[in-house]
Design a protein around this ligand. Structure first.
Ligand SMILES: [Zn+2]
Length: 422
């Protein structure tokens, strides 16, 4: 356990309308989670966790008793998700051996460089997310956050998209295998949650729902509406691809058409939220155009669904987010505020800005939520919104047919092409 850290000047109530997080929401944390640094130049920045944690403390919404240490995760449990050959390759590469063999597993690439003690570092991230699931599944917490987690692209035997092991899949496996839960996985990262989707594609116990920039334009190129699950998992994969430059209102409209109906149809016991922060307009690796206001509204909707569907049980992770100083900490502060039912101050606390000003390459934000009305309007806004609406509505037609037991044997991609159903 590492709990009990508190920054000077972070007393609750110091920065406006704030309140203490109730201790039934836990913040899984260990400073060593920052060891998951792929390379010093890599866009995936592990210091996002510390930026987030210190922001929450400065806002007075992270109480000492909310901290939870990271539990132990065995290699045996890791092998429930990843092949032993892959785990062995990761371990050997972590020690500088077998690099040629590791390349066949997606390691040693620009996206996934090999680094010293990689296995130990990513195993710890996975342990953090499994700890969060365990706290909630056993009733020791109502909700829990693992903001170092969210490695949704990792596959059974392959590193991909900055992800080596899939902490989300390990957490979901724990809930399904040990606690007999039905798990709804909601992925709001700008990239399709492909690793989690394929790992549970034929599972009757897991529904994966992903809203993302369309795979026609963005890595990993999947997440089409016609990916709906297989066998006993049919109808349990839900994909809402969005047009580039989608803004808050259209994102939330698509969310409202798709996510509540999907989760209600599935009736989960637990929701796992992957809250990648890369759908924001400032993100350098993708092209959606959300603001923190829209992202916060989406997080509150997910929390609201947990209230009505799972007795409040929710685990949230981080994920993407390549504007590490401005966007990710504020986004995850909004996730935490939604999970704890606390209000954040309107202004970013001065103590936090002072603390990080020297190392931040960009000017730190002054407000907790940015104001999209001051941004240049997005061209083709109406076309983008109406395309998203049509895709969402047709996706639901396809899914409802499957859920009602009369779905086509092989769903097609007409919905996504904006063509009419026949
Ligand atoms: Zn992403």
């Amino acid at each position: 356990m590492t709990g009990g850290r508190r920054e000077a000047g972070a007393e609750p109530g110091q920065h406006g309308r704030v309140g203490q997080a109730p201790a039934d929401v836990r913040f899984v944390y260990d400073p060593a989670l920052a060891d998951y640094e792929l390379s010093p130049e890599h866009p995936f920045r592990p210091e996002r966790l510390e930026l987030t944690r210190t922001l929450l403390e400065a806002c007075g919404v992270l109480a000492e008793d909310a901290y939870a240490g990271v539990g132990h995760l065995t290699e045996r449990e890791l092998a429930r998700v990843h092949s032993t050959a892959y785990i062995d390759a990761v371990k050997r590469a972590s020690q500088g051996d077998g690099l040629e063999e590791a390349y066949a597993f997606g390691l040693g690439t620009g996206d996934n460089p090999v680094f010293a003690r990689m296995h130990e570092a990513v195993l710890r991230v996975c342990a953090a997310t499994v700890t969060a699931v365990e706290l909630v599944a056993t009733g020791r917490a109502r909700r829990a956050a693992s903001f170092a987690g969210g490695l949704h692209h990792a596959q059974r035997a392959k590193a991909s998209g900055f992800c080596v092991y899939n902490d989300l899949a390990l957490g979901i496996r724990r809930a399904v295998d040990e606690h007999d839960m039905r798990v709804a996985y909601v992925d709001l990262d700008v990239h399709h949650g492909d690793g989690v989707q394929w790992l549970f594609y034929d599972s009757p116990s897991v529904m994966t729902v992903s809203l993302h920039e369309s795979g026609r334009y963005l890595f990993p190129g999947t997440g089409h509406t016609y990916e709906t699950g297989r066998g006993a998992g049919r109808g349990h994969a839900v994909n809402m691809p969005l047009e580039p430059f989608t803004e808050d209102a259209s994102f939330l409209e698509a969310f409202d058409i798709v996510v509540p109906a999907a989760l209600r149809a599935f009736q989960p016991d637990l929701i796992v939220l992957q809250a990648g922060a890369d759908m924001h307009r400032n993100d350098p690796l993708a092209d959606l155009s959300l603001s923190l206001a829209g992202m916060g509204a989406a997080y509150r909707r997910v929390v609201g669904l947990s209230e009505t569907l799972t007795g409040g049980r929710l685990v949230a992770t981080g994920g993407g987010g390549y504007d590490p100083f401005r966007t990710a900490p504020r986004a995850w502060a909004l996730v935490w505020a939604a999970m704890t039912g606390t209000e954040l101050p309107e202004a970013v606390p001065e103590a936090w800005r002072r603390r990080w000003a020297e190392v931040s390459p960009v000017a730190l934000p002054e407000r907790m939520v940015d104001d999209p009305s001051s941004w240049e309007p997005v061209p083709r806004r109406d076309t983008i919104s109406s395309h998203n609406r049509v895709v969402a509505e047709r996706l639901m037609e396809v899914l409802e047919t499957i859920w009602n037991g009369s779905g086509p044997a092989v769903p097609d991609d007409r919905a996504e092409n904006g063509e009419g159903p026949t």
